[in-house]
Design a protein around this ligand. Structure first.
Ligand SMILES: Cc1cc2nc3c(=O)[nH]c(=O)nc-3n(C[C@H](O)[C@H](O)[C@H](O)COP(=O)(O)OP(=O)(O)OC[C@H]3O[C@@H](n4cnc5c(N)ncnc54)[C@H](O)[C@@H]3O)c2cc1C
Length: 289
């Protein structure tokens, strides 16, 4: 299939890109890696009159650590982040989750900013951004603002970004030194979107859980942060029954939809099972650190 006709712009700077977005508003779509937008256009589920290709804006591709966070330019390829030594060292849950995004060919083109802007409810990155309390910087022709992950994801494929805004940077807090982590997901085939997935970060102090972060994907219209389970875990001594209590809390908190791939009941069940397993894995990694 071929996309409907569109006009194509190829800005070289952020200001030029936000200028086009200001001029064309919701008639326009930003093209980053194209791994979600292009299939949608080819199937004519998206018919933007204007395509603004940001691939030549070199200033949008970088990855560095500063003040306890990874600062990732929106155009950074998912594969580049997956392979960056600083990600492996300071935020290994991000590396492990990125490794399960589609196939390597998709990650070679797909960008960090594109995945977050696309807001697929089964995406890995959105759940990690939410669980770790990350944020994005959005620029428009009239200014810039920071949007916390908790305020970004509205519903299926929908964020609180204005059509005139461009995500320029994604900020993902690194995990505390000595903390354990785990990313687990179930998909029908390697490379498919997750039917359900969970990310856990567990910081321990004096043999007790000091802080837990839990983010889920595939179990609702947006990524989910399991705040009740996080509270339940804090200050407690690790045990199988504690992990099971947290899993039960997650099962109670999520309200997935069923579709042709899996029923709602199955997704809910899997979310609980994965939470229990991910907590056990994160704990053993924290013990080994
Ligand atoms: C076969 C296949 C399997 C996949 N499996 C997975 C998977 O398992 N997990 C997963 O998470 N993803 C998966 N994906 C999607 C992939 O991760 C995409 O790369 C990602 O969703 C979109 O990133 P992109 O850079 O390709 O964005 P594009 O496709 O270029 O854009 C996607 C949307 O985001 C907007 N956008 C892009 N960049 C910006 C920006 N900087 N500011 C504002 N808006 C922006 C675009 O206008 C568009 O609406 C898969 C894709 C394919 C084709």
């Amino acid at each position: 299939m071929k996309p409907a006709r569109f006009e194509y712009f190829c800005p070289r700077t952020i200001d030029e890109a936000t200028g086009f977005l200001a001029r064309y508003g919701d008639e326009a779509k930003v093209l980053a890696g194209g791994q979600s937008l292009v299939p949608l256009m080819n199937m004519r589920l998206a018919r933007p009159a204007i395509v603004i290709d940001i691939n030549r804006i070199d200033a949008l591709a970088y990855l560095r650590e500063r003040d306890g966070a990874l600062l990732i330019g929106a155009l950074t390829r998912q594969r580049a982040a997956e392979r960056a030594p600083v990600v492996a060292e300071r935020c290994p849950i991000l590396r492990d989750a990125l490794h399960l995004v589609g196939h390597a060919q998709i990650r070679n083109r797909g960008t960090i900013g594109g995945s977050i802007a696309h807001a697929d409810p089964a995406a890995e990155l959105t759940a990690i951004l939410l669980a770790l309390g990350g944020e994005v910087t959005a620029r428009s022709a009239t200014g810039r603002r920071t949007i916390a992950a908790a305020d970004l994801f509205v519903t299926y494929l929908t964020t609180s970004l204005d059509p005139r805004e461009l995500i320029t940077e994604v900020r993902i807090p690194t995990i505390p030194r000595g903390a354990g982590w785990s990313w687990m997901e179930i998909s029908r085939r390697h490379g498919d979107f997750a039917l359900a997935g969970v990310g856990v970060v567990l910081a321990m102090r004096g043999g007790m859980v000091a802080e837990a972060r839990i983010g889920l994907t595939g179990v609702g219209a947006t990524p989910v942060r399991a705040s009740d389970a996080e509270h339940l875990l804090a200050g407690q001594r690790p045990s199988e029954s504690l992990w099971e209590a947290a899993a039960a809390s997650v099962r109670a908190a999520v309200a997935p939809d069923g579709d042709i791939h899996a029923s709602a009941e199955y997704r809910k069940h899997v979310a609980g099972v994965l939470t229990r397993r991910a907590l056990a894995e994160a704990h053993s990694r924290a013990e080994a650190a």
